[in-house]
Design a binder for this molecule. Structure first.
Ligand code: IMP
Ligand code: MG
Length: 178
């Protein structure tokens, strides 16, 4: 095991099994629909790659890049750096996220995408920290409730590192003091 890791919270096997279950559920729910998976770069790409291949129905894929910045004493703002390539009007959109923390990112994205009149708009996240919300955002599909720790792996980073780990882990305090 990598020496920066303190503890593995969810193993590669646990994640794989859960992603397969989620894929089965989504395939059933969207059986007769034209599904568009919308992913927010970069963290969710690993989940998207595995989830999309666990579907038994066909799906399209599109990407967005957003950034969050906050000024002292002011609420954080979210800005779109790269928008979706194609219109979503009339499409069944499922947002694929790695983890929901305070929910501000998804709050902004869902608000923006709703204005484009999709046929439906739902949220699928692999990890959730529901007790950290500052805005009312609830995933329609959730893989695991995540303990209140800063986590890395399976797409999630600390300073852009550790995204490639196949499991979800907590880093040692001397590596990641968050
Ligand atoms: P939110 O707007 O606070 O919900 O932010 C969600 C985004 O913050 C996720 O898509 C991740 O990119 C990042 N994030 C939240 N919690 C963690 C964590 O524990 N580790 C790594 N990234 C995280
Ligand atoms: Mg992210």
């Amino acid at each position: 095991m990598n020496s920066d890791i303190e503890e593995i919270l969810f193993s590669a096997e646990q994640i794989k099994a859960r992603v397969l279950e989620m894929g089965r559920e989504i395939s059933k729910d969207y059986a007769d629909k034209d599904l568009l998976l919308v992913t927010v770069l970069r963290g969710a790409i690993i989940f998207l790659a595995d989830l999309s291949r666990s579907l038994s129905i066909q799906a399209s894929i599109d990407f967005m890049v957003v950034t969050r910045y906050g000024y002292r004493d002011q609420p954080e703002e979210v800005k779109i750096l790269k928008d979706l390539d194609a219109p979503i009007e009339g499409r069944h959109v499922l947002i694929v996220e790695d983890i929901i923390d305070n929910g501000e990112t998804l709050h902004y994205i869902t608000k923006t995408l709703k204005l484009r009149n999709p046929a439906s708009l739902k949220i699928c996240t692999l990890f959730d920290k529901p007790y950290r919300r500052t805005v009312p955002i609830k995933p329609d599909y959730n893989g695991f409730v995540c303990p209140d720790r800063f986590v890395v792996g399976y797409g999630l980073d600390f300073k852009q590192r550790y995204r490639n780990f196949p499991f979800l882990a907590v880093l040692k305090r001397e590596v990641c003091p968050i």
